[in-house]
Design a protein around this ligand. Structure first.
Ligand SMILES: Nc1ncnc2c1ncn2[C@@H]1O[C@H](COP(=O)(O)OP(=O)(O)OP(=O)(O)O)[C@@H](O)[C@H]1O
Length: 220
């Protein structure tokens, strides 16, 4: 049986007096890839932050069955330090988490995200897509068991998107549980096995991707 990594029960959240969502309940298991979808403002980013522990929900439970350092979150901000080179950026996180990786390992990671040729350039000159790939390398460095990605393909060209999906698939194959927010359901659905959709200030779908598509849900 797959191991449960995160359990969410009866979650709801208000910003001030405004209800963002209620009735959110699901379990993220090892090897699961979940697409989180819904219209603008439906609360997808808020939900991911609640799961990551970055937003304290107004009510309900988020039980994380993994250590804090085993959860990686990539939001809209890339947390790339512009005055550092790509490799220095990775080394910063390497030291911060006490991972003890050598420069060769960091360069190998940069190669995985097609940034090795820019390893010794300051990140200030990086395009949005390059910064996003460096942020992905930071996630890979941590080898997390729970990966939470908020619109990770923002700024990525087709090749970089393929690279992202390849890394998602590899992490999933290695037993990570992954949730990512996307508006491009028709493109991303094939990479997932579960779908969570927020609509009408509640979770209006949670289930397998197959049930989602067979249920006639709009995938465009
Ligand atoms: N820190 C905050 N304080 C107050 N309201 C907020 C805050 N963050 C988000 N909101 C509001 O909560 C609602 C949900 O926002 P959220 O960013 O979670 O939605 P989303 O589904 O990710 O949207 P999008 O698809 O546009 O990225 C929106 O109406 C937003 O304006």
């Amino acid at each position: 049986m797959s191991r449960v990594l995160v359990t969410v029960q009866d979650l709801y959240h208000f910003y001030g007096s405004r209800l963002v969502f209620k009735h959110v309940a699901f379990s993220l298991e090892q090897g699961m890839a979940v697409l989180v979808t819904g219209e603008n403002g439906a609360g997808k980013s808020t939900l991911l932050k609640c799961v990551a522990g970055l937003v304290r929900p107004s009510g309900g439970q988020v039980a994380r069955h993994v250590g804090d350092h085993e959860i990686a979150y990539m939001g809209h901000a890339t947390f790339v330090y512009p005055s550092m080179t790509a490799v220095q950026n990775l080394d910063f996180w390497n030291r911060m988490y006490g991972l003890g990786r050598c420069e060769k390992d960091l360069l190998a990671l940069l190669e995985r995200v097609s940034l090795k040729v820019h390893a010794f350039e300051r990140a200030r000159g990086f395009s949005r897509g390059m910064a996003q790939r460096l942020a992905l390398a930071r996630i890979l460095l941590l080898a997390p068991r729970v990966i939470l990605l908020d619109e990770p393909s923002t700024g990525l060209d087709t090749g970089s998107c393929e690279l992202l999906f390849h890394e998602i698939e590899t992490a999933r194959h290695n037993g990570a549980g992954i949730m990512w927010v996307s508006h491009d359901i028709s493109r991303d659905l094939a990479q997932t096995d579960h779908v969570l959709r927020l609509a009408g200030r509640a979770m209006d779908f949670w289930g397998t991707t197959r049930a989602f598509t067979e249920g006639g849900h709009d995938v465009h």
